[in-house]
Design a binder for this molecule. Structure first.
Ligand code: ADP
Ligand code: 5RP
Length: 564
């Protein structure tokens, strides 16, 4: 855990200080790899931060599982850490966000196994799990109207195919015994309050619920999940609340003891992690930074949340249908606005995969450790050493990567796509590793450019990227996104701005702010702006042409192999 220094002119109480008491909020963010918590004040300043890794199991290729009990235990550890040393009565609200993973509990709220091994502690099918390929094909073949709101094609990462997989594969050990299917963010708010109401965010974005029309019975009947209709959706949610709404009577005494917080404090209806990141960044006051979006509506801002995956969150006043991009979802992130969510299923995970799988990785690790640096900081400085007189990006003139090692989420919405690398040589030294890493970072940024172009072609008008998540701490990743999209990138004052988004929820639930918009505007702040290097545009435009050719060729190869 780290405590931040008191900032000049802050004027409110710092933990353990003896100034005038302030109001604090606790945000808890459950990512793919770890659980984080922060103690946040009314200006959105993070006063304390803690994190803890979480267990993951991959019992078979494309099966990814977690444990809801493990995750709750980790939430308790990090929350207790961030509130140490303050008067907990100053904490006014608690907000959770989490990955959109599927939690399964029985009728007595005990974990049920989502695996053939019958391991009941592994009761979460993670968002990146691709076990339900056959189920999602059948769902997409129905061409049901609800698919219009997920870009025309449902993703294997959404909940309906996973539920169908459980029904078809684990009927006795899981499906028949199940009493509650939760999205992970809703599981956490239930655990904290005992309230089973779901957040509109999770149900609208991952479960086909419509904020305006409710559940569509015909969809569930058509795909073979009519069971939910018959029991009035009690297992998947028949009471919904907007994100940030206060749940029940707040924190239960039992959860309060677990978390080290006072019973009864306000707990907010949750958000999916990417959406919390969006709230944490897009409402910032941008005056004085020379940004085009200063004079434009908030709809010109695209929040990009870059962790294990990347999510591209764009809002609009009217619904916009973007082929291959999820949404439009009403009020699923910012109340009153429609949301489109583009995404790349693996980004941080892809960079880790490329770097860790290279023959020179042990050498890299040893050298980075000797310098007390992360491997990424070491690679970035190594690239600077070998670039000579040219810009770093030009090192990949003959090395190109297509990044869909886990299928394409947006805008091609094709889970069968695979990764590609062209330009390999026999050498396997640190220079090669660094250049492959660079080409991977560039490929991810080209993927963002493709998503931005699809959103703009459908009616969005975007001028500025707002990046957050673990990858936004990598200066090479940030500059490359600016250079390749041609847009400035805004980074928040708080590097952990997803947690500021979670705290915005807690602040709303406490009643200290009248709306999510007001809390966002007060609590999200610009830290740094990175402008594109326009002189490199021609080079990146050429590489983008190659990027587009890669996928075209991949489809041609697949067609050749399918032919007689
Ligand atoms: N300081 C850093 N520099 C470079 N990359 C980083 C840094 N911190 C985290 N990352 C990358 O970000 C990814 C994880 O981001 P994070 O937001 O923590 O993920 P998640 O929310 O999915 O758990 C990892 O792939 C990691 O390599
Ligand atoms: O689908 C998503 C959001 O809608 C995210 O990709 C998923 O929740 C995982 O997030 P992260 O990569 O930050 O762990």
């Amino acid at each position: 855990m780290m405590w931040e220094q008191t900032r000049e002119g802050a004027g409110t109480t710092m933990p353990g200080g003896d100034q005038e008491p302030g109001s604090y909020y606790v945000g808890v963010d459950v990512g793919t790899g770890s659980v984080r918590a922060a103690l946040v004040d009314q200006r959105g300043i993070i006063l304390a931060f803690a994190d803890q890794p979480i267990n993951r199991w991959e019992p078979q290729f494309n099966h990814h599982e977690q444990s809801s009990e493990d995750i709750w235990a980790a939430c308790c550890v990090v929350t207790k850490q961030v509130v140490q040393g303050i008067d907990v009565n100053q904490i006014r609200g608690l907000g959770f966000d989490a990955t959109c993973s599927l939690v399964v509990l029985d009728k007595q709220f005990r974990p049920l196994p989502v695996n053939h091994e019958g391991e009941s502690h592994r009761n979460i099918i993670m968002w990146l799990d691709h076990r339900a390929v056959s189920q999602v094909h059948r769902i997409n073949e129905t061409k049901h109207r609800v698919l219009q709101c997920v870009g025309g094609v449902m993703s294997v990462e959404m909940q309906a195919p996973k539920l169908l997989w459980l029904k078809e594969n684990l009927r006795e050990t899981c499906w028949d015994k199940a009493g509650h299917f939760f999205d992970l963010p809703d599981f956490l708010s239930w655990k904290a309050t005992g309230v089973t109401a779901r957040s509109l965010c999770s149900l609208v974005c991952k479960w086909t619920y419509s904020a305006e029309k409710g559940w569509d019975d015909s969809f569930w009947k058509m795909v073979g999940l009519e069971d939910f209709v018959a029991d009035n959706y009690s297992k998947i949610g028949n009471q919904m609340l907007p994100p940030g709404a206060s749940l029940g009577n707040g924190l239960t005494p039992e959860a309060a003891k677990d978390l080290g917080l006072p019973a009864g404090i306000a707990v907010a209806a949750s958000l999916i992690d990417a959406h919390a990141g969006g709230l944490g960044v897009i409402g910032a006051d941008v005056r004085g930074y020379g940004l085009a979006c200063e004079g434009q509506p908030v709809t010109s801002r695209l929040a990009v949340i870059c962790g294990t995956s990347s999510c591209h969150m764009g809002i609009s006043k009217d619904p916009i249908f973007v082929p291959g991009v999820w949404g439009p979802y009403f009020s699923a992130m910012v109340p009153g606005f429609w949301l489109n969510e583009g995404g790349q299923s693996v980004t941080g995970k892809l960079i880790d995969h490329m770097v860790q799988g290279h023959a020179a990785f042990p050498e890299l690790q040893a050298k980075a450790t000797a310098r007390c640096q992360s491997v990424y900081a070491y690679l970035n400085s190594h690239l600077d050493l070998i670039k000579k007189a040219r810009p770093v990006g030009f090192l990949t003139v003959d090395l190109h990567v297509w990044p869909d090692f886990h299928g394409n989420r947006s805008p091609l919405a094709d889970l069968t796509l695979k990764g590609m690398v062209t330009g390999l040589k026999l050498s396997q030294d640190l220079d090669d590793l660094a250049i492959l890493y660079l080409a991977t970072v560039q490929a991810i940024a080209f993927g963002t450019r493709l998503i931005v172009e699809a959103m703009e072609a459908a009616g969005h008008s975007l001028s500025t990227l707002f990046l957050c998540g673990g990858l936004s701490k990598n200066p090479l990743f940030v500059q490359t996104h600016a250079d390749i999209t041609g847009m400035p990138v805004v980074l928040s004052q708080e590097a952990e701005s997803v947690l500021v988004g979670a705290a915005v929820l807690g602040a709303c639930a406490s009643g200290d702010f009248t709306s999510v918009q007001e809390a966002m505007a007060r609590m999200s702040k610009v830290g740094k702006v990175v402008f594109p290097r326009l002189e490199d545009k021609r080079y990146y435009d050429k590489k983008y042409q190659v990027f587009l050719k890669l996928v075209e060729h991949q489809k041609e190869y697949a067609a050749i192999m399918k032919g007689d």
